[in-house]
Design a protein around this ligand. Structure first.
Ligand code: F6P
Length: 525
């Protein structure tokens, strides 16, 4: 049976009514005063992550209605369809099985997972590829003649590996340097190549399609540089991470690690795209990353909706977007190692859920993905937190805090205690506010935030944290009834750029709008 569109369910109507009568007047300070158990009821453990949701604008009633909404929208059957390998990415007729990349081999499994028995074939391929990729990573780690690894890729072929390599620096003990080149602006490639020698450099050309314009031009320029600098043996110094093995071969690359069309670009760091991570932290570390994510997969797949963290976060996102009307969410990792976390989440959530039509292409009458933005704390405090505390828009903030600093930072304990004090203080200030008659010094408070707390930033906890986000995006996308797994919205600009580029040479202005034509003429003058 087809599930009802979310805004046509009884739960949606009940949420609207509840928002009007109490939701919009909800006050966090009163809620804490009235309920001494609030922290306990609105926080929870999930694999590797403790989440405090208590400073959000929810109570038992709104949470119960949101859970009813999830059930009435068929969230559980949508989730089960993904885990059963159904082609839920309908516009591309593809299954969505990034979870399979972190599924342990059958032999290691302690319990039956009947849901995925019918995709055993894919699972075997995953493990064969993973083993090959990890033994390549180990060989490279032992190869002292390679000092620099340059990943050339963009979007999902850049953001995930880059974020994770930075995040897991504590576990990277190879002595190798990692560089990430994504932008078509020659500035990036040139800057990276400046300090490198061809004989000690490995280029990883990371592209699911092996057609992305930025990656192809960067890869060709890198290859030309390699040859011009006297580099020998492309086979040893270039490897491709792609589903398009034929195109990689045509480029001249023999060493290829493949993956499959059922892995979306923004969900691909668990696949061959994760090779830079595997080189950095080693095969065992990479398997821990996968295991952490798998633990979160199992939590999402099996926990009751009431205590299911991705479900609770995704429902909160719907509550804020569609009832409170909050247009954005600020991402605040209080960990410099997680400095690319906001950028990573931007692609994950906005490319997945920045959609305006339902599965059948019908226009939706309600809002979908919020805008995500942010910087690591404490830096953001000295830039835009002014707006978070006293601006006119309410922006829910999602903090990430890490209890124990990395081992190599423990000789400076006072930094960690200041960092942790600041994350607590900011969440507290947003909630409590401060009364001041002076206007300028008044803080309204009642501003919502979530704290995601990790004991340590390890491969396993990072894996779980990422999978948590993937699944929460799944949840809000499923409620909205959109296809979270395509990205048609990026195509038009690509197409127009290919039309415009030759015009920059030829000066042909035919058919262009007046603004584009005016700018193009100035660029040619
Ligand atoms: O243009 C968007 C996009 O298709 C992303 O979805 C993807 O992660 C990125 O480009 C890179 O694609 P590819 O890995 O195929 O080069």
């Amino acid at each position: 049976m087809k599930a009802l569109r979310c805004d046509q369910t009884p739960a949606w109507a009940a949420l609207e009514a509840s928002f009007e009568t109490s939701g919009k007047h909800f006050d966090l300070r009163q809620a804490f005063a009235a309920d001494p158990q609030r922290f306990a009821s609105f926080s929870q453990e999930a694999p590797h992550v403790f989440a405090d949701l208590s400073k959000n604008l929810i109570d038992d009633d709104s949470q119960a209605l949101l859970l009813a909404l999830a059930r009435q929208c068929g969230l559980e059957s949508r989730r089960d369809a993904m885990f059963a390998g159904e082609r839920i990415n309908r516009t591309e007729q593809r299954a969505v099985m990034h979870f399979l990349l972190r599924n342990p081999p059958l032999a290691q499994e302690g319990h039956a997972q009947s849901a995925i028995n019918n995709i055993a074939n894919e699972r075997a391929q995953v493990h064969a590829t993973l083993d090959a990729m990890l033994s390549y990573a180990e060989r490279l780690r032992d190869d002292a003649s390679i000092t620099d690894v340059v990943n050339i890729g963009i979007g999902g072929s850049d953001l995930g590996p880059q974020m994770a390599v930075l995040a897991l620096e504590e576990f990277a003990n190879t002595g190798k340097r990692f560089h990430f080149v994504s932008n078509v602006d020659a500035n990036e490639l040139t800057h990276v190549l400046k300090g490198l020698k061809p004989q000690s450099t490995l280029f990883l050309i990371a592209s699911k399609t092996f057609t992305t314009a930025e990656t192809m031009i960067n890869a060709h320029s890198a290859k030309r540089w390699f040859e011009a600098q006297g580099g020998q043996d492309i086979g040893r110094h270039f490897a491709a991470l792609t589903t398009n093995v034929a195109a990689a071969k045509e480029f001249g690359i023999g060493t290829t690690f493949g993956f499959w069309d059922w892995v979306g670009g923004r969900y691909s760091l668990w696949s061959a795209i994760g090779l830079p991570i595997a080189i950095a932290i080693g095969a065992a570390g990479f398997r821990e990353l996968l295991a952490g994510a798998h633990a979160m997969d199992e939590h999402f797949r099996t926990a009751a909706l009431e205590r299911n963290l991705p479900v609770r976060l995704g429902l909160l996102d719907v509550w804020y977007r569609n009832f409170h009307g909050f247009g954005s969410r600020s991402i605040a990792p209080y960990s410099s190692a997680l400095r690319r976390w906001p950028a990573y989440l931007q692609q994950l959530e906005m490319e997945s859920n920045g959609k305006r039509v339902d599965m059948d292409g019908q226009l939706l009458p309600f809002d979908t993905s919020p805008v995500l933005w942010g910087e690591p704390g404490t830096n953001g405090q000295h830039a835009y937190f002014q707006l978070l505390h006293q601006g006119t828009a309410v922006v829910p903030v999602e903090f990430v805090a890490v209890k124990r600093a990395a081992a190599h930072l423990q000789h400076l304990p006072e930094h960690q205690s200041k960092l942790l004090a600041n994350v607590l203080a900011q969440a507290q200030a947003l909630m409590l506010g401060k009364n001041d008659v002076g206007g300028h010094r008044h803080f309204p408070g009642n501003r919502p935030s979530t704290v995601l707390l990790l004991e340590r930033l390890t491969p396993a906890s990072l894996g779980a944290l990422i999978a948590l986000q993937e699944h929460r995006v799944f949840v809000s996308g499923a409620i909205w009834g959109i296809n979270s797994f395509d990205q048609w919205g990026v195509e038009l600009g690509k197409m127009l750029a290919s039309d415009i580029e030759p015009r920059l040479q030829s000066g042909d202005l035919s058919g262009l709008d007046a603004s584009t034509s005016g700018l193009l003429q100035r660029l040619r003058a």
